[in-house]
Design a protein around this ligand. Structure first.
Ligand SMILES: Cc1cc2nc3c(=O)[nH]c(=O)nc-3n(C[C@H](O)[C@H](O)[C@H](O)COP(=O)(O)O)c2cc1C
Length: 199
């Protein structure tokens, strides 16, 4: 069974909902299993710490999770058109993984949620790709053969799955957003299995 890491940060739950849809798509592929992980919040107050194990939701990611995965789906909310600081902070601490080249040649895909339609979905998706390129990962998007990509009235982009949560962040995922997130997970898992067999 090949593990596909679904690593996300979510403060209000929108990105977590998207992560679960991506995981659904991964788990629909025989031979692949999703592994959901998150990152702790960061604080400007150095003394403030989170418990080692989160009180709810997915466990915190470790560098071992990166070593063990055959592919990666990475999700973050839009924060001023960019990925959220806790996710950036995590990647800034992956120098040992980079030095050992453990992610080279593994496939990856990205997903996000924003408050507004044109509030930075695509720039955030692109920002999340940058550290993954440095790690040598093979970035995958969503092709327009996915009909929901042309029909969606909310989230979903060729750069990765996305969601528009609305100004108060409470809009549920639309049917098209769910389809695209699941398909992204499925395509990622299928590609990871094919690449793994060729090694
Ligand atoms: C500090 C901060 C910055 C944000 N920046 C943007 C932004 O640039 N564009 C946007 O559309 N939404 C922005 N939002 C809204 C969130 O991206 C949106 O509510 C998202 O769905 C939250 O995901 P979550 O529910 O997983 O935490 C921002 C929210 C916060 C708290």
């Amino acid at each position: 069974m090949q593990k596909i890491l679904v690593l996300y940060y979510s403060h209000k739950g929108a990105v977590e909902a998207l992560a679960r849809a991506v995981a659904h798509g991964i788990d629909s592929v025989s031979g692949a299993e999703s592994v959901l992980r998150t990152v702790p919040r960061v604080s400007a107050v150095c003394e403030a710490t989170e418990p080692a194990i989160p009180t709810s939701g997915a466990p915190y990611v470790t560098l071992q999770d990166l070593t063990e995965c055959a592919g990666l789906a990475l999700g973050s909310p839009v924060r001023f058109g960019n990925m959220a600081a806790p996710m950036k902070y995590f990647w800034d601490g992956t120098i040992a993984t980079w030095l050992s080249g453990e992610l080279i040649g593994k496939p990856a895909a990205v997903f996000t949620s924003s408050g507004s339609m044109h509030g930075g979905n695509e720039s955030t998706l692109l920002s999340m790709m940058l550290p993954l390129f440095h790690h040598g990962m093979l970035l995958m998007g969503l092709p327009y053969s996915e009909v929901a990509l042309a029909e969606t009235q909310s989230g979903g982009t060729p750069y990765g799955a996305s969601h528009i949560a609305g100004s108060n962040g409470s809009q549920p995922l639309t049917a098209d957003e769910i389809v695209l997130a699941k398909q992204m997970g499925k395509r990622l898992a299928e590609t990871a299995l094919q690449l793994f067999q060729q090694r």
